[in-house]
Design a binder for this molecule. Structure first.
Ligand SMILES: [Cu+2]
Length: 190
């Protein structure tokens, strides 16, 4: 499987304490200081991953009509996840972002990796589905959320294949579990 092969590059090596690190193609990680509070937006129905350096990676927010397919555009060289997460669990501080990226125990990144059946080397489920069909469920530490891993190595995830099915008026918060400072919202309209 292509996914398995490429995931070896994304291998999440075991580090002290039994946590896994999301080692992205060997690149050194430096936390950006402005990981949250960004409000880039893109055209309706499109979430765009942008940035040409790891620190510069950002997600745009979007609005979308309920029942429309969400489009995810990757304008970066890196793979990402789009993972729906309840807002209070989105990592905010540099320390929270760093812990999440390294899949530290108790972090939403580690929980979400489990939704994808990550075993420390490979993922065995992509996308991860929760709630009703389509994008509708934000995950927490106690409840699965909708998520997809996409980009080089994750071609099986079909990131552009799902409709947004949350009720109009919902604001779906999302993040990337590979780069936890990448965050945004999908505002669902009628
Ligand atoms: Cu990412």
């Amino acid at each position: 499987l292509k996914t398995k092969r490429v995931l070896k590059r994304l291998a999440f090596p075991v580090v002290a304490g039994g946590a896994f690190a999301l080692a992205l193609t060997g690149g050194a990680f430096a936390s950006p200081h402005n990981g949250h509070g960004q409000h880039l937006s893109s055209k309706a129905g499109y979430v765009v991953a942008k940035g040409h350096t790891e620190q510069g990676l950002r997600y745009s927010s979007t609005t979308i009509e309920r029942g429309q397919k969400l489009h995810i555009v990757n304008n970066t060289p890196a793979p990402h996840s789009l993972t729906l997460v309840i807002p209070k669990l989105l990592p905010q501080t540099k320390s929270e972002i760093n812990s999440c990226q390294h899949l530290a125990p108790g972090t939403i990144c580690r929980k979400a990796a489990k939704w994808h059946k990550f075993d420390g080397r490979n993922i065995h489920r992509n996308p991860a589905r929760a709630g009703k069909h389509g994008w509708d469920e934000m995950g927490s530490k106690h409840r699965k959320g909708d998520s997809v891993l996409y980009g080089d190595g994750f071609s099986n995830g079909n990131p552009n294949n799902r409709k947004v099915t949350a009720p109009a008026g919902t604001v779906l918060h999302f993040m990337c579990i590979i780069h936890p400072w990448m965050q945004g919202t999908i505002t669902v309209t009628n």
